[in-house]
Ligand binder design. Structure first.
Ligand code: MTE
Ligand code: MO
Length: 501
């Protein structure tokens, strides 16, 4: 008799209660872990990004942009809820078989917590996920027998009690999880960058200089970006402990080397302005930024390993990312552990990242753990997915600010960038490209991979008109006019915008 009951398909209310348990479990996990890889949806989002067809990912990056990343997270949260709801349902089935709600809730707690642990490897958030599921299932069981909702069936009461419990967990979990700040999650070291007094003075001077040299144009980001863009293969950034982290030089070398965080911080650091641009951004997009970085030339760590031959290098990171490029590009590379006078933020690669001057952002590997010298060319993460983003950047002049001045003139401005080629001039047309004027440029900052700002003010012609911008790089080459999208080798073309009176 009991067998037939147990084998029956779960009824609708049990499914609802299980979903409520799954929702509570995911919320509980978030409450403790925040948006880190210990949050049960984190690894799921990463798995999706790696396993979904490359064409779909490229579409998400190029067409949807940041919305694509949000959809990835939403889908991952949905899958995590589904997974933990099915473990809760399995617990309920066990309870039904044993004829005990208490046993069912306990089994659901164990199975759900166990599944979260398998996904994340993080004990505390998984424990809380299991307890949350168990709690909501118990609440539903109690609700089923309560008389407060007289008139409704016991099954309905179970589902309602479960839903109410899950809802509470969502609110509480969100409020708590949002407070788990990346800084707290990153390590026990203080967020301040500890450098010798002379280096600190040089940093302050550099930041002051960038602020002073920034053009006074409304709506234009200063020469050191206020908001530095972020692009990652995973929805959640790794949380690394600097004391446990190390960086190895391996592969085609005389003798492999491994450095600790203290090792890389021992030599007197340098400060360098370096701009980064993502190959996957849109032509006039916002994935181009500049910062003042602190660290050391990367070859100071590579040379002691003895690099005689070798064509290329593979940089590998703690998040499973890897990129390959010619050794010649590595020779000018920098290893940064500070950014704008502060410790390198978790989002930008804490404890250390590579900066490869003049090259697309993707080979500027964050959370760097290994520098492997190669005898033969290999293929990096994005190149496996069809991109060609390991080379030098395309020249670009962006148009981000359009302001009407008090005297009736119009002011247009933006940034221009050509990697290590530098920017010589920016030209602006206010008649759709028929005639050109030279824009005013911000003074150059020290360094050989730094963007510049440009501004141009003019008397508006009557009616709407097309403003077009183009840059000439430091080698005297005019930026090509032909437009191309980001995929596969970065956007190109002249930015234009219709300005209405
Ligand atoms: N480990 C790791 N490094 C990485 C990435 C990543 O996903 N993982 N993204 C790359 C890409 S595509 C770009 S454009 C830059 C962006 O650096 P940012 O996030 O500091 O702006 O980092 C690169 N380094
Ligand atoms: Mo990128």
């Amino acid at each position: 008799m009991r067998d037939t009951v147990a084998r029956r398909r779960p009824d609708r209310e049990s499914m609802l209660v299980a979903v409520a348990g799954g929702v509570a479990a995911v919320s509980g996990s978030f409450a403790v872990a925040g948006f880190t890889p210990s949050f049960v949806a984190g690894p799921v989002a990463g798995w999706l990004a790696r396993e979904l067809p490359a064409a779909l990912i490229t579409f998400a990056i190029v067409v949807l942009g940041d919305l694509g990343a949000q959809l990835n997270v939403a889908l991952a949260v949905g899958l995590a809820v589904g997974l933990l709801a099915s473990t809760a349902l399995a617990g309920l089935a066990l309870g039904r078989r044993a004829g005990s709600h208490a046993l069912g809730s306990a089994a659901a707690a164990v199975l759900t917590g166990g599944a979260a642990l398998l996904v994340t490897g993080a004990v505390l958030p998984s424990l809380v996920a299991g307890l949350a599921a168990g709690f909501v299932l118990s609440l539903a069981a109690v609700g089923g027998t309560s008389a407060t909702l007289a008139g409704t069936s016991s099954a309905r009461r179970r589902a309602l009690a479960g839903a109410a419990g899950a809802f509470t967990f969502v609110l509480g979990g969100y409020a708590l999880g949002a407070r788990v700040s990346p800084a707290e999650a990153s390590s026990d070291r203080s967020a301040s960058l500890d450098v010798p007094t002379s280096v600190r003075a040089d940093l302050e001077e550099g930041l002051d200089r960038a602020a002073e040299q920034s053009l006074d144009v409304d709506g234009l980001e200063p020469l050191v970006s206020d908001q530095f863009y972020q692009v990652d293969i995973n929805a959640t950034d790794p949380v690394l402990d600097a004391d446990a982290w190390s960086l190895s030089v391996t592969g085609f070398v005389d003798e492999e080397r491994t450095y600790t965080y203290d090792d890389i911080r021992a030599p007197e650091p340098e400060n360098r302005f370096v701009s980064l641009r993502c190959v996957g951004e849109s032509l006039n997009g916002r994935k181009l930024d500049n910062a003042l970085w602190t660290g050391l030339p990367i070859m100071e760590l590579v040379e002691p390993a003895g690099v005689e031959a070798g064509c290329c290098v593979m940089l590998r990171a703690a998040d499973g990312f890897y990129e390959e490029f010619p050794l010649s590009a590595l020779r000018d590379g920098f290893l940064a552990y500070g950014m704008n006078g502060e410790r390198l933020p978790r989002a930008h690669g804490y404890p250390a990242r590579a900066l490869i001057p003049g090259h697309w952002g993707e080979i500027n590997v964050k959370w760097l753990t290994e520098i492997e010298i190669l005898e033969q060319e290999a293929v990096g993460y994005w190149e496996e997915r069809g991109w060609h983003g390991t080379g030098p950047v395309n020249t670009v002049a962006k148009l981000h600010a359009v302001n009407r001045l008090g005297d009736g003139r119009i002011e247009v401005g933006g940034h221009a960038y050509a990697g290590t080629r530098g920017i010589r001039t920016v030209e602006v047309s206010t008649d759709g490209g028929a005639s050109w004027a030279e824009a005013t440029l911000s003074a150059t900052l020290p360094g050989d991979d730094v963007w510049r700002q440009w501004v141009h003010r003019y008397e508006p012609p009557g009616g709407s008109h097309d403003v077009v911008v183009r840059a000439v790089d430091g080698e005297g080459d005019l930026q090509p006019r032909e437009e191309s999208g980001a995929f596969p080798s970065g956007p190109s073309g002249w930015v234009s915008r219709t300005v209405r009176p």
